[in-house]
Design a protein around this ligand. Structure first.
Ligand code: 5AD
Ligand code: SF4
Length: 437
């Protein structure tokens, strides 16, 4: 053993899975995980920069380590992921936190072992940020979310939505070969994972540049594996969400009837300025196709308020679209200008008080829809894949196919099993029920 590691992860599922890869590498180097940061010999921050508050969280927490570092000279602190990948950010980090030992970008994650060895060989600080574009294979992640397993199918994004920093920090879109994805997914099912979530910034354009590869056919192949498991995917871009894909979801019971389809805004003017390349009408047509083939399919979304130039009228269009679709839940964000993106240069940035009032109204609408839909579940039976145990409340929890959280009591430990529960109470997105024997 080489000591203890502690990883702090910010941001999306892609980052959560990257942290599993980091944990795999640290394990191979002889480090062991610790939940107590004070015990760690190496602390890794896997950062996010999608909105300013994600960066501020990381700044605050890295800042708090100064004391620990001065008390423990051999402690290695590494900061990686999306934040340092931004142009000029590594320098800022280095100046602000001179006690950080290793700074690495999103494209340098595979090299972390070498960077740690370099640091341990006596180098003062190690910085590696390169522009990437490769697809790496042979990662050995230490998975932490059993019974769910994340599988990358593609990296990067070519869409350049005008508000979004992802294409700048994750690079151009590139897909893994289908045979490598299928082998990984097959291995996971054999190992007893009960839910596979395919990850990509824009899964619907999977396979570009690979002969014969497409997202619907990839999904179909995985869904035809033997065994009981669920298949999910995220994130879909509405412009590439096709009828073929809907048919594949409808035809395969293993693929969950729950789709995350970020709309961002209901106003055509704002969608154009966001460079989303669909209108609200085209979006609604996609929802119509989805409901035609899969009437019970739940839809979740991402919404941004306060994009530059958003008027009350534009915001009303968003509220109306939310009402029309009837999302089962939604992630709502206040627009955050990101340096280097087109939207950050736009006139008419919206004052904070207006954005705050809008997001409150939007959250209230989304929550009321969620409550209304959840209430309909009372008295029904749901199949929950048990994911964990809440010690404080002495209750097991998991999700149904449609993405709703279900809570129930159990004498035995059913983590990793499918459990039928009869819903007795609904509270927001949460359903409470009794296990059916
Ligand atoms: N400001 C606010 N929200 C953003 N998102 C992406 N960039 C920004 C930004 N600059 C949101 C989008 C996206 C989700 C992952 O984060 O809604 O779908
Ligand atoms: Fe960002 Fe748009 Fe790409 Fe999503 S599709 S990662 S919002 S640029």
């Amino acid at each position: 053993m080489n000591g203890y590691y502690h990883i702090i992860t910010y941001g999306c599922q892609m980052n959560v899975h990257d942290s599993e890869k980091i944990a795999g590498m640290l394990g191979e180097m002889g480090y062991i995980n610790t939940d107590k940061i004070d015990n760690a010999d190496i602390i890794v921050f896997n950062t996010c920069c999608i909105r300013e508050n994600a960066e501020n969280h990381a700044y605050g927490n890295i800042g708090m380590l100064k004391k620990l570092k001065s008390a423990k000279k051999d402690l290695i602190i590494a900061v990686g992921g999306c934040m340092p990948q931004q142009i000029g950010k590594a320098d800022i980090l280095h100046k602000k936190f001179p006690y950080v030992d290793i700074i690495f970008g999103t494209h340098n994650l595979g090299n972390l072992k070498e960077l740690i060895l370099e640091k341990r060989s006596g180098k003062k600080s190690v910085v590696e940020i390169t522009d990437g574009g490769e697809v790496t294979e042979g990662d050995n992640p230490l998975r932490t979310s059993y019974p769910n397993a994340w599988v990358n199918i593609m990296y990067g994004c070519d869409n350049f939505c005008s508000y979004c920093i992802v294409p700048y920090v994750r690079g151009r879109e590139r897909s893994r070969l289908p045979e490598n994805i299928l082998a990984e997914a097959q291995g996971l099912v054999k190992d007893g994972y009960k839910e596979i979530t395919l990850l990509g910034q824009n899964v619907n354009s999977y396979g570009k540049g690979i002969d014969g590869a497409s997202f619907p056919s990839l999904l179909n192949s995985i869904a035809s594996f033997d065994g009981k498991f669920r298949l999910r995917f995220m994130t879909s871009h509405p412009k590439d969400f096709s009828e073929d894909l809907v048919k594949v979801i409808a035809a395969n019971p293993k693929i969950c009837n729950n789709v995350h389809l970020p709309v961002q805004s209901g106003s055509d003017r704002i969608l154009k300025a966001m460079n989303r390349r669909y209108t609200s009408k085209q979006y609604l047509e996609k929802i119509e196709i989805l409901k035609k083939y899969i009437p019970d399919c739940t839809v979740t979304t991402d919404l941004i308020v306060g994009f530059p130039g958003e008027t009350d009228e534009d915001f009303k269009d968003t509220l109306n679209l939310v009402k029309e679709v009837g999302y089962s839940s939604a992630f709502t964000f206040v627009y955050s200008p990101r340096q280097g993106t087109r939207a950050a240069q736009m006139d008419n940035q919206i004052p904070e008080d207006i954005s705050k009032a809008r997001i409150m109204e939007l959250v209230e609408l989304v929550n009321s829809q969620t409550r209304e839909q959840s209430a309909k579940y009372v008295g029904k039976t749901c199949e929950i894949l048990c994911e964990g145990y809440d010690e404080k409340k002495d209750i097991f929890l998991g999700r149904d196919e449609y993405g709703r959280m279900g809570y129930f009591k159990s004498e035995e430990n059913p983590v990793g099993e499918f459990v039928n529960i009869k819903i007795t109470e609904a509270n927001g997105v949460s359903l409470y029920g009794e296990k059916i024997r």
